[in-house]
Design a protein. Structure first.
Length: 218
């Protein structure tokens, strides 16, 4: 007699929580996510389907494999994962569990997901994250970005949180993690970040003017 797992047919997609790295394509045209462990080599979009990371042809999630998306039931459990040194630059995701899934005591392993909200952690210095900046590493075709404040962004490639949400698409919301209630409007860190971005663009503009001037003299 073959043992069959019980089936669930929820009226609404279950909600789960996970952590992930935020990634930006090398041409800056797309935004996505990548896992922090097994699925780190396979960036995924806001609405995406899981594939077996071992290259097997079965559909994920397979009972005899550990492929598929993974998440936990409780937000606090996902937040606890952000305490480790390797995960300090990761973001917290709230996801809708879609398609077939296998339920475990603390979470799901499942076939498809929609990322609903992304919560960006504060800058490494402790200030609120004003932009997402190049973290200095990535995957082929993708650079990892993480939250930084206006004082720490420097001249690194960066983009606003709202711009990341636009590139990610499918209605995802990107917010920053703050100690206490968020303030309204733009504060000093946001204005500093805006000034840094404008300065970077001005440097490029001045460089082009200098190049054109040299060509005219030549």
């Amino acid at each position: 007699m073959r043992l069959r797992l019980p089936e669930e047919r929820p009226t609404e997609p279950p909600t789960g929580y996970k952590i992930a790295r935020l990634v930006l394509s090398h041409d800056g045209a797309r935004a996505g996510f990548t896992g922090v462990s097994l699925g780190a080599a396979l960036p995924y979009g806001t609405l995406d389907a899981a594939h077996c990371v071992y290259g097997r042809r079965h559909a994920a999630p397979h009972r005899r494999c550990d492929c598929g998306f993974h998440c936990v039931h409780e937000r606090a459990d996902a937040e606890a994962l952000l305490c480790t040194g390797d995960h300090r630059g990761a973001a917290l995701l709230e996801v809708a569990v879609l398609g077939a899934y296998i339920r475990f005591e603390r979470g799901f392993r499942y076939a498809r997901q929609r990322v609903r909200t992304v919560t960006v952690r504060p800058c490494g210095c402790g200030a609120r994250a004003a932009v997402l900046a190049d973290a200095g590493w990535g995957r082929p075709g993708w650079r990892v970005v993480e939250g930084v404040c206006g004082a720490c962004v420097g001249r690194r490639t960066s983009l606003r949180l709202a711009e990341f949400a636009r590139l990610a698409g499918d209605g995802v919301t990107v917010a920053e993690s703050l100690p206490g209630a968020p303030s309204e409007g733009m504060g000093v860190p946001e204005l500093v970040a805006e000034a840094a971005l404008l300065q970077a663009r001005l440097d490029v503009f001045q460089g082009e003017l200098a190049r054109l001037a040299r060509e005219e003299r030549g």
